[in-house]
Design a protein around this ligand. Structure first.
Ligand code: ADP
Ligand code: MG
Length: 622
């Protein structure tokens, strides 16, 4: 079988360009890459005023402070303003992504900044001073900061990225995340699910033969997600998700603050100005207790103490809630604990020893916690980015088809073999035939897109199936097969089944289009949906009319002697009328003329057939 490899890349990637992986978190965000030398994923660290000791950290707090001149200050540098200017300091922007005011109105007290109340279903905006910011703008600032950080460290422009989102994010939220990337000057090559990214970090899904069911337990700063994934031949499928969008490490801090207030029962602890200091101290205590038995500290000369046992008592009700979510997620996935092959811990709060123990006890299977839980998602995004960059040829492209794939059929119509959003690997086949007697070849043109006419879609490849033995029109059976393998490579083959003649071609579609192109094409397919339906109907009517003219002509050539003069004349008139109708943009007229010609030819066609059958019978000995 002859194979031709076609590289359809247009604005093709420079091999050297690094595609970064970004975890855009509710509390913290970070950027990671595959190190060009070690080939290992690394989170990019930089000192940004975050710690007094001058330590570098990969975590960029997901905070945006707007100064009086409306300049955005992002990350650790924005942190002090949470306390001093809460109405100008935006935290948890991720919670606003793709949301309307109505979605958020019950959570009003959670946000210390002003969310515009327009009482509608339109998307929310945040007001700071005189200015309004959309969640896309806000996330855009955070992404911009990460982009700058990466460029600073890598000393090269960074323009391409893979961004992670929670598995439960809907289309609007994913779209908002893409838009935020674009605002930051980043081409978002792929949006992937956080639990998928975390699993990739542990190497799950990288082996094509491996089938696994994975529970990803993600306890962050303010959110808890449990996702049950199934990996089959490198394809990640989210079986179920559950969780609590208002449960996380912050609640642990809050529980400690409440405990201390009860213990101290002193007026100073209720002082408004003390609250933030207490909260910060509580977080410090919590972190300390992840590797120690006792915390002691002080605020303004007031002694504070917390033992690990006390802390565990405080957080166990929170953990119980997460376990209830795990039970619910298993139920939704129609699985039991025994079906879970691997448990993956994600999120800074899973550092709490009791969390590890509780989750391990519940699932009773091996708990993966060796990869830094703050970084595990970003590292997985970097792994995915590297696969996309084509640097790691052995690995799978975990993907769905962004646009439909099909071939051109009569009249320039798009005949879809693999619809958009189909999982890969994927295969599909369909049979076609010739339109002309003795047609020796068939042109197979492969297209990508959602429009009904191939001229509005994008041509990926084209080849000829030649040497079809002479047969009447309609006789050859040409089976066209599409196969997208796990590497995202499409092979199109065509085989004439009667003769066995075959031909194939290889197409690499993944970089043919940027996401912007894909979005544009999808948008166009929606805008033009009505036109397309009308055009398709017209083209189909024309094709039918042309076919009928051809078969009638052929029939007349063979059987004219058996027809009466009147039949010949009326047939000629009906054919002429149909011919004329084909030149007009009126499918109903064509259908009418097709019907008329059929009505005229049916009686004599049946008569001729009967005679042929009778003739054949005569020769047979019964
Ligand atoms: P998100 O994914 O929601 O942005 P992260 O995964 O970055 O959040 O988790 C942030 C949370 O992790 C914070 O509540 C922080 O206090 C907590 N955290 C970080 N390190 C530790 C630690 N060593 N022990 C306990 N909690 C920690
Ligand atoms: Mg997270």
């Amino acid at each position: 079988m002859a194979k031709i490899a076609i590289n359809i890349a247009t604005g093709s990637l420079q091999q050297e360009e690094i595609i970064v992986g970004i975890d855009l978190g509710t509390t913290n965000s970070l950027v990671a890459i595959i190190h060009p030398e070690t080939k290992q994923p690394v989170a990019l660290k930089e000192y940004d005023g975050g710690s007094a000791s001058g330590d570098e950290s990969p975590l960029v707090p997901s905070l945006v402070y707007f100064d009086p001149a409306s300049n955005a200050v992002v990350g650790n540098r924005a942190k002090p303003f949470l306390l001093s200017e809460p109405e100008r300091t935006i935290f948890s922007a991720k919670r606003l992504m793709g949301k309307s005011y109505n979605d958020l109105k019950n959570k009003g007290s959670f946000f210390s900044y002003k969310i515009m109340d327009d009482g509608t279903e339109s998307l929310v905006k945040v007001q700071v001073g005189e200015k309004f910011y959309s969640p896309v703008d806000l996330s855009g600032y955070i992404l911009k900061e990460l982009k700058t950080r990466a460029e600073h460290i890598l000393k090269t422009p960074v323009t391409k990225t893979v961004i992670t989102v929670p598995a439960y994010f809907n289309d609007a939220q994913r779209q908002a995340t893409r838009d935020a990337g674009r605002l930051a000057g980043l081409d978002v090559l792929r949006i992937i699910n956080e639990p998928t990214a975390a699993s990739l970090s542990y190497g799950f899904g990288l082996n094509k033969e491996e089938n696994k069911t994975i529970a990803v337990y993600d306890l962050g700063g303010g959110t808890f997600d449990i996702s049950i994934l199934r990996i089959t031949a490198g394809i990640f499928e989210v079986l179920s998700t559950n969780g609590d969008t208002y449960l996380g490490g912050d609640d642990m801090d809050q529980a400690i603050v409440s405990y201390w207030k009860e213990q101290a029962a002193a007026p100073w602890a209720n002082d408004a100005a003390m609250q933030q200091a207490l909260r910060l101290k509580a977080e410090e205590a919590k972190r300390h207790l992840s590797s120690n038995e006792l915390f002691t500290g002080e605020i303004n000369g007031h002694q504070l103490e917390l033992s690990l046992d006390q802390f565990n008592n405080l957080v166990s009700p929170l953990l119980e809630k997460t376990i209830n979510s795990c039970t619910a997620a298993l139920k939704d996935a129609e699985l039991t604990k025994a079906d879970i092959d691997e448990v993956v811990l994600v999120g800074g709060s899973t550092r709490v020893p009791l969390v590890k123990k509780t989750v391990g006890d519940f699932f009773g299977s091996h708990v993966n916690d060796s990869v830094n839980p703050d970084e595990v998602v970003a590292l997985g995004a970097a792994i995915q980015a590297d696969i996309l960059a084509g640097n790691n040829k052995d690995l799978l492209l975990l993907d769905i088809t962004p646009l439909s794939l099909g071939i051109e059929t009569a009249g320039g119509l798009m005949d879809v073999l693999i619809p958009r959003n189909a999982k890969i690997p994927q295969k599909a086949a369909r049979q076609y035939t010739t339109q002309i007697d003795g047609q020796p070849g068939m042109r197979i043109s492969v297209f990508q897109g959602e429009r009904d006419l191939v001229k509005d879609n994008r041509k990926l490849a084209e080849f000829n199936l030649s040497n079809i033995p002479g047969m009447p029109a309609g006789m050859p059976k040409v089976e066209v097969s599409f196969l997208i393998n796990a590497d995202g490579i499409l092979t199109v083959s065509a085989k004439e089944l009667r003769s066995g003649v075959e031909q194939a071609i290889e197409v690499k579609p993944q970089y043919g289009l940027s996401d912007t192109d894909v979005e544009k094409m999808l948008l166009e397919s929606i805008t033009h949906a009505k036109d397309d339906i009308a055009t398709r109907a017209l083209v189909e009517a024309r094709t039918e009319g042309e076919q009928l003219l051809k078969t009638t002509e052929r029939f007349l050539q063979k059987n004219a002697t058996q027809l009466s003069q009147e039949e010949l004349l009326s047939t000629a008139a009906a054919m002429q009328a149909l011919q004329l109708a084909l030149t007009m943009e009126d499918k109903d007229l064509i259908h009418k003329k097709v019907e008329e010609l059929n009505d005229i030819s049916r009686p004599y066609a049946e008569r001729v057939m009967d005679q042929a059958v009778a003739g054949a019978m005569k020769g047979k000995a019964i």
